[in-house]
Design a protein around this ligand. Structure first.
Ligand code: ZN
Length: 295
């Protein structure tokens, strides 16, 4: 499942080609993805200009000239691509092998600089969805989301407030979208490893009895940012069917320190540990039992 870095990579791939483009024609090849397409979506989108392609947590937010916003979630296998690129087309656009039966939504767009092309949303497993809001602040998907981990609101103070007194394992706390938005199984594992925190540590144990953040909590804030920034820099992971908007795939997975590396040596300098896998809340957790400790 795409996590924040993958969605951000898609956003960065879409933005230069889509911002400023007019949506000329919308074709929906089916009535639903995970959920039905919003009623009248075709008519609502046609004629509007995409002003901005943004992101909140794992949601792409396409802000339209009429003031509305199209929210898009990629689910497990959702991907955007441009069917053709008029000018300065990077070679990798040509490497795509479209499977038309999975192309569920197609926009014919015209861009003042790049000319006409098609933006296609494909999603073989159809766990993705789109929704349309005249006022995006009314979207239930965005309500209650915690701070963006790369934004200023995510810091030692805010994380201390969110973890204080929590009896759940730190891994579960970080997966809770109200604590911090956009993190999933992969980057939580990576952040905990980098901060040297054992995934079973109770979230509240990262604070002293007086409620002050321990060094581990401070390390966790920095580690979370760092693993995300590094993943975005290399274009997200290549897990499952993730593809960025340019049809290429990232290669951060080659640099995972613990995720999916059970039985391999811990990459922490000087550490002699071997990566282990346990199951927490029904999902795999990868960690090093030597350098990841209880705070
Ligand atoms: Zn280790």
């Amino acid at each position: 499942m795409p996590e924040l870095p993958e969605v951000e990579t898609v956003r960065r791939g879409l933005a230069p080609w889509l911002e400023g483009a007019r949506i000329e024609k919308v074709t929906l090849h089916r009535e639903n993805l995970r959920f039905p397409f919003p009623p009248g979506l075709k008519e609502k989108l046609e004629g509007q200009i995409v002003r901005h392609v943004g992101r909140r947590a794992k949601y792409l937010l396409m802000e339209l000239s009429g003031g509305a916003t199209l929210l898009s979630h990629l689910g497990m296998t959702g991907a955007y691509r441009f069917a053709e690129h008029p000018i300065d087309k990077p070679p990798r656009y040509y490497e795509l092998e479209p499977v038309p039966k999975h192309d569920h939504m197609v926009w014919e767009i015209s861009h003042p600089v790049h000319g006409r092309s098609h933006l296609i949303y494909a999603d073989p497993r159809r766990f993705g969805f789109v929704d349309y809001y005249e006022d995006i602040t009314q979207s239930p998907y965005l309500k209650g989301l915690g701070p963006e981990p790369l934004g200023n609101e995510f810091n030692v103070e805010s994380l201390s407030g969110a973890l204080k007194g929590k009896k759940s394992p730190i891994k579960a706390a970080l997966l809770d979208q109200r604590v911090v938005a956009g993190l999933g199984n992969i980057y939580v594992a990576e952040a905990l490893h980098r901060a040297h925190i054992h995934p079973t540590a109770l979230a509240g144990s990262l604070l002293t009895e007086e409620g002050a953040p321990k060094p581990a909590l401070e390390a966790l804030v920095g580690a979370t940012r760092q693993v995300l920034i590094e993943a975005i820099e290399v274009g997200g992971s290549t897990l499952r069917d993730f593809r960025n908007a340019e049809g290429g795939s990232g290669y951060f997975q080659h640099r995972f320190a613990v995720y999916d590396r059970e039985g391999q040596p811990c990459p922490t300098p000087g550490c002699t540990g071997t990566i282990e896998r346990i199951v927490q809340s029904g999902r795999s957790t990868f960690f090093c039992p030597v350098c990841q400790v209880l705070p």
